[in-house]
Write a protein that binds this ligand. Structure first.
Ligand code: ZN
Length: 330
């Protein structure tokens, strides 16, 4: 498995409560034609997509999975393109070198900032460097607890070794910022304070006139509201029954098994099994496939999910920017 369970858990918790800020409005250019990558960039894009393949919920052959320890190495404030004022937590002796390696920590940040222009990432107020070893969790985002319109980006520096997988995950995580930020979904402090409270989620969803995105009520003109209405309305009753299995229990196996079964039943509609975790994960995965995949030519639901983003000129422009960054920095 490329992404293991730890990856799932972290991303999922993020899927529920992620997001924030800056509008994309200033970034729309007059160029509406889809970017056509040159041959070497197309090969790179293929490699990035390939790095993301693998079932995360297929537990066949996995018996005694042990989640690796995760350590935070440094917590930075973000000031435009710079990361400043790192704070350090105590870490095991064998991680002290990584903790002091500010060059490597800056390198990971720089990879991200070269892909995503400043005006598209103004919601990011903090940058955390962590590690749980190679693979496992590669990157994550989360709302800042005491200011949920701001976000924190987290990157595992051990995963710089697999650039393709890290790029895919960075863009998946960025898609959460894009689709859950305060210009898209109204931040909700009560949910940030109590993220696993199912009845709180249900009561908030009941009074949201649009799609309730897990971390708050989405706006009528938001990407995720449009995506949900187009792709999830028919699936929601079946999926919601499975989703509740993760709450108030120590044993998550029925939940994972339920998601995998759901995926097998509906796999013509999902780009991979991780996408079934939550509509917020589905739109994030679909965005990453939109960025790194070719423009779809067919009309299957999977293709409609990546084609969805071509309806937004600002996202076509953003895709071109990301691919320029990916393909110029090899
Ligand atoms: Zn995610």
């Amino acid at each position: 498995m490329k992404k293991n369970l730890n990856f799932i858990i972290v991303l999922f918790s993020l899927g529920l409560f992620i997001l924030s800020g800056a509008a994309l409005g200033g970034y729309i250019s007059g160029r509406l034609v889809a970017y056509t990558p040159n041959a070497s960039c197309a090969a790179t894009m293929k490699d990035v997509i390939a790095s993301a393949q693998g079932d995360v919920y297929n537990m066949e052959g996995v018996s005694d999975y042990v989640e690796p320890e995760l350590y935070y190495l440094a917590a930075y404030s973000v000031q435009r393109d710079e990361i400043i004022n790192p704070a350090f937590e105590s870490v095991p002796t064998d991680l002290k070198d990584e903790q002091k390696d500010s060059a490597l920590q800056n390198q990971a940040w720089k990879i991200f900032t070269e892909l995503i222009p400043f005006q598209n990432r103004q919601m990011i107020a903090r940058y955390n460097v962590f590690t749980d070893g190679f693979e496992n969790t590669l990157a994550a985002v989360d709302q800042v607890r005491d200011n949920p319109s701001q976000w924190v980006l987290e990157i595992d520096i051990a995963d710089l070794k697999d650039r393709d997988a890290l790029l895919f995950t960075m863009i998946h995580e960025y898609a959460h910022l894009l689709t859950l930020n305060a210009s898209q979904v109204t931040p909700d402090q009560e949910i940030v304070d109590d993220p696993y409270n199912l009845s709180l989620q249900e009561s908030k969803a009941a009074v949201c006139p649009n799609y309730f995105a897990g971390n708050g009520c989405s706006h009528a003109d938001s990407y995720i509201h449009a995506f949900y209405n187009r792709f999830w309305l028919g699936l929601a009753p079946e999926w919601e029954k499975i989703d509740t299995l993760q709450y108030e229990t120590e044993d998550l196996n029925p939940y994972y098994d339920g998601l995998y079964h759901f995926y097998l039943t509906h796999q013509d509609q999902f780009l991979d099994d991780y996408s079934t975790t939550h509509p917020a994960e589905d739109i994030a995965e679909s965005f990453a496939y939109f960025v790194f995949g070719p423009k779809p030519t067919g009309n299957s639901i999977k293709e409609q999910k990546t084609a969805f983003f071509y309806e937004y000129p600002e996202l076509i422009q953003l895709r071109e920017n990301i691919l320029n960054g990916v393909c110029s920095s090899e």
